[in-house]
Design a protein around this ligand. Structure first.
Ligand SMILES: Nc1ncnc2c1ncn2[C@@H]1O[C@H](COP(=O)(O)OP(=O)(O)O)[C@@H](O)[C@H]1O
Ligand SMILES: O=P(O)(O)O[C@H]1O[C@H](CO)[C@@H](O[C@H]2O[C@H](CO)[C@@H](O)[C@H](O)[C@H]2O)[C@H](O)[C@H]1O
Length: 473
């Protein structure tokens, strides 16, 4: 029979949200952070923090595992079974442990606890002590929204790097999986944008944190469910398909033209940046320093994607031009913006997932950065969407492929222009803006080459072909 540590190892190793897939690791520690609600009805809900150590580098990572512990096996939860182990000393202390996000009864405990937690004013520093402290777990709720206590928690089917549980049409609880001690920018950025009544994010309702000797752990975030939302990537791809279906019509002539949406996205991003600058403050960083960091990233990327080598001089040229700009303004930004992080609702565009670039260490993700990094992220996405559709043609259909690539360029150029004009509120970029766009787009494309090589090798030609076009007329 597997021990508790072996069971945790097996469950985490195959979980969709586990970031270390394919690497050998051991479970080197488990900390019980606390219990959610009171035990009862033959089950209880606990939160464990599991420490992993990778065999290759010795590097450690922490993963959150909310568990529902049943006295008896629950066949309906077989797909979320973690293990069977002894929790205490007594013969009756054997439990059947399941991943709690899959269990309605467990997720009801979370909601009940949030509902019982008194709300705190949304002003920094005025949080009241509350009655919802469980061991070291603390639930925090912000003023401004009455939670619906009668909704059921259902796990989002598109489970990604975290696990999101939807409560009816009222709220979403995003349970962070990989945990780094310290502030989680998804929570703190949503918090200031909620306090500033931003129209471009889902409102933050509350969060769960734990205090450990390593500092604060941000474990989960409760926010407004955007009921009418459509994913920006899906909408863009649908628009591209419309264009490709009409061989003789141009982007502006087909029904699915995206340019006005691209422009609205530009306005939304500009407003979010302004708000973040006001709330978190702004600073400067030397352009030459940024260029150095981009060069370092390129050096590392070439080790993974050797095809980048032949384009290195042009890329380094784009980075070096930042040095001539002197100091660059920096502030809190999104950090990993692309169409898949945007949702179109009846009330306009919303940006989601302010955690920053997943592979970067937290300390780096919290540093003020250039807003042009987000702009570049969106510009790259306007390039990706049409090329991703264009590439999905059988090899032998060369004529169709050529024609599609041509139309893809047209779609990308039209939407990039609409987005940039709206973001800058100008129909031409200044010289300085042009240099910033060129450098940040080049840097993002290098990042994408590594991302695709590691995660979706068949998509690598999309950023690689974009790199080949950089700096060419
Ligand atoms: N507040 C929300 N309301 C509705 N859907 C949301 C909300 N926040 C995120 N989503 C959807 O859930 C998906 C995953 O959310 P995200 O924050 O990107 O999680 P992860 O960190 O797991 O990638 C998003 O692509 C988006 O479609
Ligand atoms: O959503 P994440 O924060 O995990 O972001 C990572 O994955 C993205 C892919 O889902 C990746 O985005 C790249 O592919 C998108 C299409 O799937 C495209 O719209 C983006 O422009 C492109 O960068 C992102 O880079 C990565 O960090």
């Amino acid at each position: 029979m597997a021990t508790r540590l072996e069971s945790l190892h097996e469950y985490i190793g195959q979980a969709r949200w586990f970031g270390g897939k394919g690497r050998d690791f051991s479970v080197t520690g488990v900390t019980r952070l606390g219990e959610v609600g009171d035990p009862g009805d033959g089950h209880r809900v606990v939160v464990d923090l599991v420490e992993l150590t990778y065999d290759d580098t010795g590097e450690r990572e922490l993963y959150q595992l909310p568990l529902v512990l049943y006295d008896e096996p629950e066949g309906r939860l077989d797909h979320a079974f973690v293990g069977w182990w002894q929790e205490g000393e007594g013969d009756d202390d054997w439990v059947h442990a399941y991943d709690a996000v899959h269990d309605r009864a467990a997720m009801a405990r979370y909601l009940e606890t949030f509902v019982r937690t008194p709300t705190s004013p949304v002003v920094e520093g005025s949080r009241q002590p509350d009655e919802s402290r469980h061991a070291t777990l603390t639930f925090v709720r912000l003023e401004g929204h009455e939670l619906d206590p009668d909704t059921h928690g259902t796990l989002f089917s598109g489970e990604q790097s975290n696990s999101s549980v939807l409560y009816g049409e009222d709220a979403v609880l995003k349970v962070f999986r990989k945990i780094t001690p310290g502030e989680n920018p998804d929570i703190t950025t949503h918090r200031v944008l909620t306090e500033a009544s931003s129209e471009h994010v889902a409102q933050l309702y509350g969060w769960i944190e734990a205090q450990t000797h390593d500092g604060i752990l941000h474990l989960a975030m409760l926010q407004q469910f955007l009921r009418t939302a459509s994913d920006g990537w899906d909408l863009a791809v649908a628009s591209v398909r419309d264009l490709f279906a009409e061989a003789d019509l141009h982007a502006e002539e087909v029904g699915g033209d995206f340019a006005s949406e691209a422009a609205r996205l530009g306005v939304a991003l500009c407003e979010v940046h302004q708000q973040l600058g006001e709330s978190f403050g702004t600073g400067t960083v030397r352009g030459s320093h940024v260029a150095e960091l981009m060069n370092d990233r390129l050096d590392e990327a070439i080790k993974v994607v050797s095809e980048l080598e032949e384009h290195a001089d042009r890329l380094r040229g784009a980075f070096a031009a930042l040095g001539d700009l002197g100091d660059l303004p920096v502030q809190r930004i999104h950090g990993d913006l692309h169409l898949g992080q945007t949702l179109r609702t009846v009330l306009g565009w919303k940006l989601v997932d302010f955690e920053g670039e997943p592979a970067k260490p937290l300390a780096e993700r919290l540093l003020p950065d250039s807003p042009w990094r987000d702009v570049a992220g969106m510009l790259r996405s306007f390039d990706y969407a049409p090329h991703a559709v264009a590439w999905s043609v059988p090899e032998e259909d060369r004529d169709v492929l050529e024609q599609r690539r041509h139309r893809a360029e047209e779609w990308a150029a039209r939407n990039k222009r609409a987005f940039l004009e709206a973001y800058t509120d100008n129909d031409e970029l200044t010289h300085e803006q042009g240099v910033l766009v060129a450098a940040y787009v080049a840097d993002k494309t290098v990042y994408e080459c590594v991302y695709e090589a590691r995660n979706r090798p068949s998509w690598l030609p999309i950023p690689l072909s974009a790199i080949a076009r950089i700096g060419t007329p």
